[in-house]
Design a protein around this ligand. Structure first.
Ligand SMILES: Cc1ncc(COP(=O)(O)O)c(C=O)c1O
Length: 502
């Protein structure tokens, strides 16, 4: 791949027996719909690989979760405990089954925090559903202990973590039911696809019935409301070919993560994904969190990476921040009034770097080089920390917990330059309420230069010892403040001509 080519976040690698088995499904078996020879082989061998007796394949990971919830008999009046930081189907599938999700904050490995579970258990709680997030295994030993004490089912969402382990046991094998996804970006894929695994024959049988319209014998007499969540044998042929290489694919993901960890080891502006001490991550995707000291917001970093040819993807948004739960009136919607500080912090600062199985070491190095070049030194871009818009108008809170002096308001004409000086001690905040500007910065010591673009609704905090010039790209209005009070006789301003780049 040429240096300028776009590096995708993830692409499936189909370099095994996929075509051969597809041809076999069509030409030899003549079986392309559900429950054919490839599906049966895949269910049996995948379940055994995980460490469970029964596998029931289905159309995707979301339907796997729905089957897990319903096959265990959860329904109206029940509650299920899920992490706040997760994908929507952790909440939506229980809700569709009449079950109320109850949220629990996550730990620093982005999985359900077991120390916060017990306070959420009520007489209605029937199950806990930890999510093994982005390949990181949840703290299963602690979760299983709580489940046992309170006689609760455990459904493991291992959709994105095939092969992650806790104490040598694979995720999906430790709870009552394990759920997996075979979506295109996953460790193994059939385009779309999923499976539940369990040791309980009754649960497996019920999942087979519900997966297929609730059909039993005699076929059209129904005792249950079921779905059509069947996997086709075409998909199973691809999944089985992928499965033959699963261990190799997982090793490759772990290698990719190790290389990123090495490249990003001494970068204080970024927090990187780590395997938890209680288990081994597969690093399905390599996640990073942008710290305030990076100088830019997570969304800006992602947009700039995309501009420079690096694909990324956002972290999931916490359930407690979902508009549907904020605005909706359904009593089954989770209570989002409590605090979920870790989840919300991770969700708003996190994204993942290109982590597909096809990525090369030199592409990873290019990704990191571009990422690090986006750090801003001597300044930090600010955006409103709180925004409210209602019939009364708009309210933007732009600075939290800071004390500013010498507050100024101003209007500048297009092309005007402000600044061209530096301060030895003073921090400056500068915020545009209209227009746009380019901020040129020179490190007085190293002479390193940087440029930041800001526009209406954003601003910068400028550190001392960086010479700054603000060039207005349009007629603009601003608010400015200083960290130190200036008087007529005393000011911490020193001239320094910044070459203003046109
Ligand atoms: C943790 C988790 N659970 C569930 C799912 C849903 O799987 P699917 O996309 O196959 O429906 C995903 C998909 O990315 C996931 O990451």
């Amino acid at each position: 791949m040429a240096d300028s080519e776009f590096i995708p976040t993830s692409e499936p690698v189909l370099d095994g027996n996929e075509l051969k088995y597809l041809t076999e499904a069509i030409k030899v078996n003549n079986w392309i719909s559900a429950n054919g020879p490839f599906t049966q082989k895949f269910e049996k061998e995948f379940a055994k690989w995980v460490g469970k007796k029964y596998g029931v394949a289905c159309s995707n990971g979301t339907t796997a979760i729905h089957l897990a919830v319903t096959s265990l008999g959860l329904g109206p009046g029940d509650e299920i405990i899920i992490p706040d930081f997760t994908i929507m189907c952790s909440a939506s599938m229980p809700i569709l089954s009449g079950v109320k999700p109850v949220l629990v904050d996550v730990d620093k490995y982005w999985c359900m925090d077991p120390t916060k579970i017990e306070e959420k258990i009520t007489r209605k709680t029937r199950a806990i559903m930890p999510v093994h997030m982005y390949g990181n295994p949840a703290n299963m030993e602690a979760i299983l202990k709580i489940a046992k004490k309170h006689n609760l089912y455990v459904i493991e969402d291992a959709c994105a973590a095939h092969g992650a382990t806790v104490g040598g046991k694979k995720v999906g094998s430790m709870g009552d039911v394990g759920c997996f996804s075979f979506y295109a970006s996953k460790n193994i894929t059939s385009g779309e696809g999923g499976m539940i695994v369990t040791d309980d024959e009754n649960v497996a049988n019920m999942a087979r019935i519900l997966r297929s319209q609730g059909f039993e014998k005699p076929r059209f007499i129904h005792r249950y409301i079921g779905f059509n969540y069947r996997l086709t044998d075409i998909q199973a042929a691809v999944a089985y070919a992928q499965f033959e290489k699963i261990d190799k694919k997982i090793k490759r993901r772990q290698e990719i993560a190790r290389h990123y960890q090495k490249l990003l080891k001494n970068v204080p502006e970024i927090e990187i994904m780590q395997s938890p001490p209680w288990g081994k991550s597969t690093f399905w995707m390599f996640g990073v969190l942008i710290k305030e000291s990076f100088g830019r917001t997570r969304d800006e970093v992602m947009a700039l990476l995309n501009e420079k040819g690096v694909g990324t993807d956002l972290f999931y948004l916490s359930m407690s921040l979902q508009p549907v739960f904020k605005n909706g009136k359904n009593p089954l919607y989770p209570d989002i009034s409590r605090k979920y500080p870790v989840s919300q912090d991770v969700a708003l600062r996190g994204f993942y770097l290109p982590s597909g199985l096809g990525i090369t070491k030199s592409q990873q190095e290019r990704v990191v080089k571009i990422l690090l070049s986006l750090r801003v030194r001597g300044a930090r871009i600010i955006r409103p920390t709180y925004k409210r818009e209602d019939e009364r108008g708009v309210f933007n809170e732009i600075l939290n917990g800071s004390e500013w002096k010498n507050i100024s308001l101003g209007s500048m004409k297009k092309g005007a330059v402000m600044g061209n000086h530096f301060h030895k001690k003073t921090k400056v905040f500068f915020f545009l309420t209209s227009g746009s500007a380019k901020v040129d910065l020179i490190d007085v010591k190293t002479k390193e230069t940087q440029r930041i673009d800001i526009e209406k609704g954003s601003g910068v905090i400028l550190e001392p010892k960086y010479s700054h010039a603000i060039r207005f790209a349009e007629n603009s209005d601003f608010v400015m403040g200083k960290s130190i009070e200036y008087s007529n006789s005393e000011s911490d301003t020193y001239p320094h001509i910044v070459p203003v780049v046109q």
